[in-house]
Design a protein around this ligand. Structure first.
Ligand code: SAM
Length: 303
């Protein structure tokens, strides 16, 4: 890793570490105590609900995730939310560089005490949604992103990462099953929505396997699934007006039960829809990604 990158990462660590310290000092922190006679703390933090801490403990599931990653010794990895390190330890063993981004400074300390001495391991204590992934840019190599994501922020994390897609080789995430079903949904289904269209435009997406809630501690209320997203280097369809695309998709799905004639009325006429061979009486959730892009491409500017 170049010195510029390590400097950038170092600064992020310092700045965000102090910020998190300040923030978290104000919140009470709990520990599970050992038997009083032992007179020491086990240092095993109680999972924090606000950080979506459902820790993976099923070794079969962990192995399955590591297997689908097909790690190479030359890989440059970024793990979001390493937690207590269920995946981290396996990632570390199989790559050239591992950066982890963890919001919980106490867990970051735990990881530091376990693997802080390993030169290719870097801990960034920060809210991933505030983190600028450009800081991890390595001119030689795109990075691979992995994470058992906190479910309460998984959709914003996906949208945040997509802004740095040019730096990313691929992404593997454990997500709420419902979110994976939305990511891979087909037009005309109830799961098909804004998240589907935006992510399918930018990435090839494959649902890999479902994971039972039994695999986590504490057990979440929902089922999970592992998904792979590969940002396209050459997208199958090219949108020339990305901001227009984002606006019409957002608008179209806000009014998903209306016909296109009504929901897209502020942006496109019935004649123009017909010119694109799109029936104005259809609804947003029936349009393919290609059709959304075709609409955006004839609109150029909208305000
Ligand atoms: N990777 C671990 C595992 O599989 O056992 C932990 C996964 S747990 C579902 C989610 C992790 O993300 C927690 O460690 C949590 O503290 C961390 N996290 C939550 N919100 C975060 C945020 N905004 N930025 C970075 N990490 C976050």
């Amino acid at each position: 890793m170049s010195s510029i990158i390590s400097h950038a990462i170092g600064s992020a660590y310092q700045i965000s570490y102090n910020h998190c310290m300040k923030h978290q000092m104000m919140l009470s922190y709990h520990h599970k105590k050992c038997h009083p006679n032992e007179g020491k703390l086990l240092n095993e933090p109680i999972p924090k609900k606000r950080f979506g801490q459902n820790f993976l403990h099923d070794s079969t599931v962990i192995s399955k995730i590591i297997q689908v990653l097909s790690l190479k010794k030359s890989d440059y990895l970024v793990e979001i939310g390493p937690g207590q390190g269920a995946l981290t330890q396996h990632l570390l063993a199989g790559c050239q560089q591992l950066n982890v981004i963890e919001i919980d400074y106490h867990l970051a300390d735990l990881l530091k005490s376990k693997w802080g001495h390993i030169p290719n391991f870097n801990i960034i204590v920060k809210d991933v949604l505030q983190y600028d992934f450009e800081l991890l840019m390595n001119h030689q190599q795109a990075f691979r992103v992995i994470g058992n994501l906190p479910y309460n922020i998984s959709t914003p994390v996906l949208f945040h990462l997509i802004q740095s897609k040019a730096l990313i080789q691929d992404m593997h995430f454990m997500l709420q099953r419902e979110v994976v079903d939305r990511l891979t949904a087909k037009p005309g289904t109830k799961q098909y929505g804004r998240l589907t269209v935006m992510m399918q435009y930018f990435c090839q997406i494959d649902q890999l396997f479902y994971v039972s809630s039994e695999a986590f501690k504490p057990k979440p209320k929902v089922e999970s699934a592992v998904v792979r997203l590969i940002p396209y280097t050459n997208p199958p369809v090219i949108c020339h007006h990305l901001s227009v695309f984002e606006t019409i998709v957002r608008h179209g799905f806000t009014l998903r039960r209306k016909t296109l004639k009504n929901s897209l009325a502020p942006f496109i006429s019935v004649q123009k829809l017909e010119q694109l061979e799109i029936d104005p009486m259809r609804r947003s959730d029936t349009l393919t990604v290609l059709e959304w892009v075709n609409i955006a491409n004839i609109l150029k500017n909208i305000t």
